[in-house]
Design a binder for this molecule. Structure first.
Ligand code: UD1
Ligand code: UDP
Length: 359
């Protein structure tokens, strides 16, 4: 059985890591294809080192560009690899351009496709991720939905229930695997002179936010107001998209914010675990904060992770300073006793057992 894993961005490297480890234990024949969508060492190499990922057999080196450029480049390049390798199954994760292009190329060659993290919906087609995930779900032969809610979305769109498996989210596997040894692996709190639960952690990188000057300016304004209100450090590791846009739009980063380069997984997880509260527009961070029982304020108007809203580990506030401050104040009063809806940390095993039965 030859399995091809295609990945290309930070969250895909992280979330595929437990599956690759579990596959190695089972001595499965995995071939790794890196699309090259992310390539800066801090978005790419660092995760291979930290999470002990094997070197991919192929790197398509597509780099940055518009959504169409990236998708088209991956399509053209990956078809050749699929034709040469003739895999029994192509595994893709989530909702990036790498996910869509590789699923589409495989599907046109009649190669079976498994979509991990299937069935998530924000119902907002303004986001490139929503378009990607809907298309991939309809192309895939096997859909691994992290939760029952995600499965329901797939059933509502008429996808055959025989193709859908509820498997939990691999993010819980990665998180549990690394949490125990985190104190040895990361000294970021000491390095930044931070005290537990005495700082806010921020990330914002989504196109629908940072590609709009007024929205990005509003986020920066809100963070300054947050610093003034609570007089606590605000730690913000900046995604290269956001850095580029701040420069392009001529925005000034308030000096009160502590801007960092993107961090490795161990340092970032450590900062998440010990934060008073996290503000983000990331998908994965809404999940991680929920599992870590750290309150989350999401700088968006919708989320494809509604489980977090239901249990109130997370609140949606958009980008206006007033709503952000209200959201923070609401979440700070919230008891951190919500359940974890994303699985028991054994998703990799569950998914691979199912795949072994299917193929
Ligand atoms: C992509 C995903 C998004 C995901 C994010 C994870 C799509 C449509 N979006 O967004 O869902 O949340 O990855 O972080 O697939 N850049 C670098 N170095 C890199 C990569 C990018 O400097 O290694 C800069 C480039 O200027 C590039 C910009 O970041 O234009 C955006 O990168 P891109 O891969 O297009 O999308 P992301 O915003 O990273
Ligand atoms: N992450 C990281 N370093 C950072 C910011 C995030 O390791 O500086 C990790 C984070 O722990 C999570 C993942 O990257 O597992 C989320 O990726 P991102 O926010 O880029 O993408 P999204 O989840 O929104 O697609």
């Amino acid at each position: 059985m030859k399995l091809v894993i295609v990945f290309g961005t930070r969250p895909e490297f992280i979330k595929f890591s437990p599956l690759i480890k579990e596959g190695a234990k089972k001595q499965l024949n995995f071939l790794l294809v890196h699309t090259g969508q992310h390539y800066s060492p801090k978005l790419d190499e660092i995760f291979f080192k930290e999470l002990c990922l094997p070197r991919p057999q192929y790197n398509l080196d597509v780099g940055s560009g518009t959504d169409a450029f990236q998708t088209a480049q991956i399509l053209l390049k990956i078809e050749k690899i699929f034709l040469a390798e003739q895999p029994d199954l192509v595994l893709v994760y989530g909702d990036t351009n790498s996910t869509l292009a590789s699923a589409l190329a495989a599907s046109k060659l009649h190669l079976p496709v498994a979509h991990l993290e299937a069935g998530l919906r924000s119902f907002d087609r303004e986001m490139p991720e929503e378009i990607n995930r809907v298309l991939v779900d309809h192309l895939a032969d096997y859909l691994f939905a992290p939760t029952v809610e995600a499965k329901k979305n797939l059933l509502n769109e008429g996808i055959n229930k025989k193709k859908i498996f509820v498997s939990g989210n691999l993010i819980v596997d990665v998180l549990y695997q690394n949490l125990k040894t985190l104190d040895q692996k990361s000294k970021i709190l000491t390095q930044l002179n931070l005290k537990r639960k005495k700082y806010f952690l921020v990330t914002a990188h989504r196109q629908e936010n940072v590609d709009h000057p007024e929205k990005l300016a509003s986020i920066l304004k809100a963070l300054l107001a947050l610093n003034k209100k609570y007089n606590l450090p605000i730690i913000y590791p900046l995604h290269p998209r956001t850095r580029k846009r701040i420069k392009e739009f001529g925005l000034i980063i308030p000096r009160q914010l502590r801007i960092l380069e993107p961090l490795g997984y161990f340092d970032f997880l450590n900062l998440e675990k010990n934060a008073l509260l996290i503000l983000t527009d990331s998908g994965g961070i809404q999940e991680e904060s929920c599992v870590l029982k750290v309150p989350c304020v999401t700088l968006r108007e919708n989320t494809e992770r509604p489980e977090t809203l239901k249990i109130k580990s997370n609140v949606l506030v958009g980008v206006s300073p007033k709503r952000i401050l209200n959201g923070v104040s609401f979440m700070l009063q919230r008891k951190r006793n919500w359940p974890n809806p994303f699985g028991d940390g054994r998703s990799a095993q569950t998914i691979l057992n199912i795949i072994e039965d299917l193929i």
